[in-house]
Ligand binder design. Structure first.
Ligand code: CIR
Length: 251
C-alpha cells in the first residue's frame, strides 16, 4: 500500500500567504474538518496517511507537498521560495527518510516548491516562476536527471505554482484552465478544463480522480471522459491558494 505524508493545519492557517488572489477570512475549525475529510478520503482509496509532526508557527505548513519532490527512491528536499516557509522542510525530511528514501537537498541560492513540479512518467515539468528559480531547476535537473528523468522547465507567471495551473490524468494528458496556463504548448497532449480548480487532480488509482468540490463542471467532464471523480470540499485551503495536490506527498 502506498503512503501519503500529511500534516495537520496550523491554528494560524488564516495567516497563510496569499499572492495571486484577494485575501478572504479563513474558518480554521472548518479547515480542520476539511483536512480530516481529505485524509480520510485518501485512506478510503488505499493510501496510508503518515502524519508529519505539525508546525503550528508556520501558517502554510499544511501544504506539505511543497517541502519536497520524490522520484524513484530519492526525495529532494526543497529550499522554499518563500523565506517564511523554510522551517517546514526539516520534519518532512525526517518523515520521508524514515520511509526509507535517499535524501538530497536543493541548496542556496537555489529555490523550489514541490507545487512547481509535475511528474508525468519520466517527464518532470518544473515551473520557473514565483517560487522556483533557475538555479533550483539546475540542481533538480542534476539530481533527477541521474535517475533517468527528463526535467523540463516551463514558465509560471499567472498562478502561484505550476500545479496551480496544470496536473495530469492517468494517461498522461495534462489538464489546465487555459486562461491561467502560461504556455499550453509546453504540454503534449494538453486538454482544457472549464474551471481553475478543475485543473487540480490527485490520481487515486483505477481511474479515480481526487478533486475539489469547487469544480463541478470539470467533474462532469471527467466523468464523460471515463474517469470517476472523488470530490472533497477544501474551500478554506483554496482561500490561501491551496489545492488538492498540495495537502499531501504521495510516496
Ligand atoms: C503559499 O503561498 O505558499 C500557500 N499559501 C499556498 C501553497 C499551496 N501549495 C501548492 O499549491 N502546492
Amino acid at each position: 500500500m502506498p503512503n501519503a505524508l500529511v500534516r495537520r493545519p496550523s491554528p494560524r492557517l488564516a495567516e497563510g500567504l496569499v499572492t495571486h488572489i484577494e485575501r478572504k477570512p479563513v474558518d480554521a475549525d472548518l479547515a480542520v474538518r476539511q483536512w480530516h475529510q481529505y485524509v480520510d478520503t485518501l485512506a478510503q482509496h488505499g493510501w496510508i496517511p503518515v502524519e508529519v509532526p505539525p508546525i503550528d508557527e508556520c501558517p502554510d505548513g499544511v501544504f506539505i507537498e511543497d517541502t519536497m519532490v520524490v522520484y524513484g527512491d530519492l526525495a529532494v528536499i526543497a529550499r522554499a521560495g518563500a523565506n517564511e516557509r523554510r522551517p517546514e522542510a526539516a520534519a518532512a525530511e525526517q518523515a520521508v527518510r524514515d520511509q526509507g528514501y535517499r535524501i538530497a537537498h536543493v541548496t542556496e541560492p537555489g529555490t523550489f516548491d514541490g507545487g512547481d513540479i509535475l511528474k508525468v512518467g519520466k517527464t518532470v515539468y518544473v515551473g520557473l516562476g514565483g517560487r522556483t528559480n533557475a538555479e533550483g531547476i539546475r540542481q533538480l535537473t542534476e539530481a533527477l536527471g541521474s535517475l533517468g528523468a527528463d526535467v523540463r522547465a516551463v514558465p509560471v507567471q499567472k498562478v502561484l505554482h505550476l500545479k496551480s495551473a496544470v496536473t495530469a490524468l492517468p494517461d498522461g494528458t495534462v489538464i489546465g484552465y487555459e486562461p491561467l496556463v502560461d504556455d499550453p504548448t509546453a504540454f503534449d497532449p494538453f486538454r482544457a478544463v472549464p474551471e481553475e480548480a478543475g485543473s487540480h487532480v490527485v490520481l487515486l488509482g483505477e481511474d479515480r480522480l481526487l478533486m475539489a468540490a469547487s469544480a463541478p463542471k470539470s467533474a462532469e467532464l471527467f466523468t464523460q471522459w471515463g474517469y470517476t471523480p472523488v470530490v472533497v470540499d477544501i474551500s478554506e485551503f483554496e482561500k490561501i491558494e491551496g489545492c488538492v495536490t498540495c495537502l499531501s506527498v504521495r510516496l
